[in-house]
Design a binder for this molecule. Structure first.
Ligand code: ZN
Ligand code: ZN
Ligand code: ZN
Length: 742
């Protein structure tokens, strides 16, 4: 007897090849019915014999397109009403009716098959894609998502592509950026010695890489610089020309097998690497990494190809893939920009004529315990929204000034921009302004209110004011706490432990390790790290020796500090005296209670992070010094967040020749213990862990374990990074919920 199933699916099921997939599956099983998009997802009606219907449901879940995701799937069984064939109902527009844009996705397995099949008409074609994969956010001007609104508008479909595009059974049915060698974009190569178009351009680029050259090439969200990772000469050249001695380079590898040769890969890490989002995953290196790739770092940042061109460029050797710009600056997206900004660095350019509309960096993810944590949420994830439990007025969260990221609410969804860099840099400021306008236009939101950071000198505020916004402000670390509350949809009381770099405090001091009792509508400060003078202000971030001096002076007295500065930093007695005066009088030395800076200072004290090139380098060196038995080491004492005894003991151990790995472990464990004790003292079950210091995987993992072992419910970031990229969401949430300090 024929039955009828009415299936309603909500979640991510539009624009990802779901309807053609369903149509093919129904036809394979001989089922009649209809599928249609609706604003929340998709409605599906099926009629046929019960066993086939059962098979359909099983395969629907097992074989659905890789990027699709069910939030709910409701199935109602009825008697058949006599449908005879399967149809895809026309929605008013061809694309999703969701009203948002999908991220750019790595090639799906079917496209890869075609890419590698000499018989296929798209064999070796770097721009093939389908409804399940390919460029989205980087090529869409505006909604509705239709070819005419993308940068593919200038490439009319050839008859073969058009037939696929119109065929409901084809996986290129309404694939807006679909292309083939006949009708789609083409590569170009140029260098001082040669030029080429089309397939020969790819060959020329590969020859250049092969010979040890540095190639600038147009990736998904902007230009990258690449060279062979197995040759010293190009790596040295790249480091020298980028003026980058220490910051690790990410590697682009062919597949999991190649990855496993260099790094340890768990099952979850393998899933992340091979996911359609294809982020950079920080993996434990098998042997200590090549000093030119990741100096002193036990991890390797590895990504697998995220576009057909990535696949085609890779040969037998791994490539380095680094953004072609200064760290914190936006990617180059146009040819002109690339030639101008990267001309000095590259030996040749591989470009193409499909314009990129938005610069989107590669995302960076690491595993903490067995859960992925974002360090940078960009390509593959942005601009997917976060779903909230209640609709909000149209509001903008302006974010912070480093790792800048905008948050924009529309209804019960918050759209989060990709990583927008460091707003101290003029190019990043221009990028921020562009995205400010673009975001509102793309999501068709008329912003009625905006919120930013309390810091009087944050550029994001000036930039927003210049656009007519009149933002109100929230304290930096409170915004971190509420970002996590919003993300995790936390209800009721929760202790927030905000372990962070620096943020502006309302008393004019530099805050950065703050404990709050948070509730739905208000919060109350409970405790903070004991402060120390930050000698010279911001410059101490680049010269952590200044922090070490400050800590030593306070914990062990001026003689010890002066002697250390003389012996280790080669400071003259006069310079030492000036520092001492600064520490004593506070001259140009604001009080600082940042945990990130404490990490920096301890790292410098142990001689690990005296020379710093990039943000948090010294702090990371301290984490990297840990050994596998770190958790067994007795913690240093810390009472009421005062580090005085901790530094005293740490210094004695260091003087006594105790190995740095053990000292680093005792320091980390001391912080873990302090956090656990705060939770016990507060007695609130939910504990929010947020702030940049929780990028330290040992710290987060140990705190989570310690809290769980004592019956607490630790809450950590899953969807956003713990760092300043989450500030926009926190500001938006605090503003719309009218949260106040009590
Ligand atoms: Zn595909
Ligand atoms: Zn074509
Ligand atoms: Zn922060």
């Amino acid at each position: 007897m024929r039955k009828r199933l009415e299936i309603t699916i909500t979640g991510l099921v539009q624009g990802v090849g779901f309807r053609p997939f369903v149509a093919r599956l129904a036809s394979e099983l001989g089922l009649a019915g209809q599928v249609a998009n609706n604003p929340a997802g998709l409605e599906l009606v099926l009629e046929g014999p019960a066993p086939q219907l059962k098979q359909f449901v099983a395969r629907l879940k097992a074989e659905k397109p890789a990027f699709s995701h069910f939030e709910t799937c409701k199935i109602v069984e009825l008697s058949a009403k006599g449908l005879e064939d399967f149809t895809i109902a026309q929605s008013q527009q061809s694309g999703p009716v969701l009203g948002w844009v999908l991220p750019d996705l790595a090639p799906c397995k079917n496209c890869l098959k075609e890419l590698n099949d000499p018989q296929d008409r798209r064999f070796g074609y770097p721009f093939l894609n389908c409804t399940e994969c390919g460029p989205r956010y980087s090529v869409v001007h505006r909604l509705p998502y239709d070819r005419a609104q993308t940068t593919m508008a200038g490439f009319p479909l050839c008859p073969l592509c058009l037939a696929e595009y119109k065929d409901p059974q084809n996986r290129r049915y309404h694939a807006q950026p679909t292309a083939c060698p006949t009708c789609g974009p083409q590569l170009s190569f140029n260098s001082p010695v040669s030029e080429a178009q089309g397939p020969p351009a790819l060959e020329a680029a590969k020859r250049l890489l092969n010979a040890g050259g540095v190639l600038a090439w147009k990736g998904v969200g902007g230009y990258l610089l690449s060279c062979r990772a197995d040759l010293e000469a190009p790596l040295k050249k790249l480091r020298q020309k980028k003026n980058r001695q220490f910051k690790p380079f990410a590697l682009l590898l062919k597949d999991l097998e190649a990855t496993r040769q260099l790094a340890e890969v768990s099952e979850i890490e393998a899933q992340l690497l091979t996911s359609p989002q294809a982020p950079i995953v920080l993996l434990k290196a098998k042997s200590s990494p090549q000093p030119l790739i990741a100096p002193g770092c036990p991890y390797l940042g590895i990504m697998l190809p995220s576009s057909p061109l990535h696949y085609l460029l890779l040969d037998q050797y791994p490539l380095v893939a680094t953004s072609g710009n200064l760290s914190g600056e936006p990617l180059c997206i146009t040819e002109d920009e690339a030639f101008e900004r990267l001309g000095e660095l590259a030996d040749g350019f591989l470009t193409h004529n499909r314009p990129i509309l938005r610069g989107i960096d590669d995302s960076v993810v690491q595993l903490v315990g067995d859960q992925p944590q974002f360090l940078r949420r960009a390509r593959g994830y942005a601009p997917l929204p976060l779903s909230l439990s209640q609709p909000l007025p149209a509001t903008l969260g302006l974010g912070g000034d480093i790792k800048s990221c905008l948050a924009l609410s529309r209804g019960a969804q918050v759209f989060l921009s990709q990583h927008l860099g460091d707003l101290d840099l003029p190019l990043a400021q221009a990028g921020y302004l562009k995205h400010l306008a673009d975001f509102q236009q793309l999501f068709e939101v008329e912003v009625t209110q905006s919120f930013g950071d309390l810091h009087p000198r944050y550029r994001s505020l000036d930039l927003a004011r210049g656009q007519g916004f009149l933002p109100r402000f929230f304290q930096h670390h409170a915004a971190h706490a509420y970002a996590l509350r919003a993300e995790a949809q936390t209800m009721g009381e929760a202790l927030a432990i905000v372990a962070d770099g620096t943020g502006y405090g309302p008393d004019g001091q530099i805050w950065g390790c703050e404990l709050f009792l948070t509730k739905e509508k208000n919060y109350h400060p409970l405790a903070h790290l004991a402060s120390f003078p930050l000698l010279g202000g911001d410059i101490a971030t680049k010269e952590p020796g200044r922090i070490a001096f400050s800590l030593l002076n306070q914990a062990l007295g001026p003689e010890v500090a002066l002697q250390w500065a003389q012996e280790i930093l080669q400071k003259s007695p006069t310079e030492g005296q000036i520092w001492l005066q600064m520490a004593q009088t506070g001259l140009n030395s604001p009080k600082c209670r940042s945990l990130g800076r404490l990490f920096d200072g301890v790292s410098a004290l142990l001689g690990l992070g005296l020379e710093v090139e990039y943000e948090a380098q010294a702090a990371m060196a301290l984490e990297w010094a840990l050994e596998p038995d770190a958790a067994q080491i007795e913690p240093y004492p810390m009472t009421d967040w005062d580090w005085f005894l901790m530094i005293k003991q740490l210094w004695r151990d260091h003087q006594g020749g105790r190995p740095r790995a053990q000292i680093a472990a005792a320091f980390h464990n001391g912080l873990v213990k302090a956090m656990l004790e705060s939770a016990q003292k507060t007695g609130v079950n939910q504990v929010l862990l947020t702030g940049g210091c929780f990028q330290n995987r040992y710290l987060q993992n140990q705190v989570v374990l310690a809290l769980k072992s004592q019956g607490f419910n630790p809450i950590v970031h899953r969807l956003l990074p713990p760092n300043d990229a989450n500030l926009g969401l926190g500001q938006l949430w605090m503003g719309t919920q009218q949260i106040t300090e009590d």
